[in-house]
Design a protein around this ligand. Structure first.
Ligand SMILES: NC(=O)c1ccc[n+]([C@@H]2O[C@H](COP(=O)([O-])OP(=O)(O)OC[C@H]3O[C@@H](n4cnc5c(N)ncnc54)[C@H](O)[C@@H]3O)[C@@H](O)[C@H]2O)c1
Length: 260
């Protein structure tokens, strides 16, 4: 699809990779709406990009449906949704844990379920809400009605010790991508997932330089954290290329996580 003249919703768009993608989308002539937490910078960023802000927590599925609906109304349509809201155990108030810890206790099932809810169930909910809106679009001259991109992680494929919940949740996002693309193929709606390695975003802002070096030293090239603009370039390439569908693309400099 052409970015110029298209309308996009950016969930998690107040920071990092989603902000970079919203910015590039707007710079190429697209119209944007940002969904993010109420306490985020979403309002100021949306105003700077000439768009609208719709605060919500993606774990509140009904409120997210409402926010997606409000965003579509503000945009006057919907062609693109990118979702990056997510995270691991810490994002839901827990700590990284082994399946059975060294003291013999078990990984918290509550934390596991919350990580799955934040990443997998919330992505599914955003996708179904967005696809329902996209389904009423007039198709373009290639038969396309819209594109959805979710965010996994290379931990979906080689999760490190302590990441069992995060790996399961991101693996679920990767696994649903082809099925969702098949479900939505007759509607001309594409579904893709990006699996980044470490990227320099709000999520990793607290990682010291030495830690960042250690965490990226087994990448092939480049051996550094990715830049949000590099994620954005991939996301917009997917949006613009009709043949990109049903896959999870690693954007990782050839990195494969070791067990720890
Ligand atoms: N940065 C990395 O190294 C890296 C690597 C692999 C995967 N990821 C994935 O990327 C995503 C994070 O994106 P980022 O790295 O650009 O981080 P970021 O912190 O810069 O941006 C994430 C945005 O999502 C918003 N958000 C978080 N929880 C939310 C919720 N419950 N409801 C609504 N909005 C919420 C935050 O407020 C923030 O603006 C996560 O899904 C994470 O698992 C990040």
């Amino acid at each position: 699809m052409n970015t110029a003249g298209s309308k996009g919703i950016f969930v998690g768009g107040a920071s990092g990779m989603c902000l970079a993608t919203a910015t590039q989308f707007q710079q190429k002539g697209g119209q944007i709406a940002i969904l993010d937490l109420p306490g985020s910078e979403g309002a100021a960023i949306a105003s700077k990009l000439g768009g609208s802000f719709h605060p919500c927590d993606v774990m509140d599925y009904a409120a997210t449906d409402q926010a997606v609906g409000d965003a579509v109304a503000a945009l006057g349509g919907l062609h693109f949704v990118l979702n990056t809201a997510g995270g691991g155990n810490r994002a839901v108030g827990g700590t990284p844990q082994r399946t059975v810890k060294k003291d013999g206790s078990r990984h918290s099932t509550d934390t596991f379920a919350k990580v799955v809810a934040l990443n997998l169930v919330a992505s599914f909910n955003i996708n179904t809400a967005a696809a329902q809106h996209m389904s009423s679009n007039e198709p373009n001259d290639k038969g396309e009605r819209g594109v959805m991109i979710n965010t996994a992680s290379i931990a979906a494929f080689e999760g490190q010790i302590g990441q069992v919940a995060y790996s399961a949740a991101k693996g679920g996002i990767a696994a649903m991508t082809l099925t969702m693309a098949r479900d939505l193929g007759s509607l001309g709606i594409r579904c893709m997932t990006i699996a980044p390695s470490l990227f320099a975003t709000g999520l990793t802002a607290g990682v010291p330089a030495e830690g960042a070096h250690n965490m990226t030293k087994d990448a092939a090239f480049p051996q550094r954290m990715g830049e949000p603009d590099e994620f954005a370039t991939m996301a917009l390439s997917i949006f613009e290329c009709p043949m990109m569908n049903g896959s999870t693309l690693r954007v990782d400099g050839g990195q494969r996580f070791a067990p720890k």
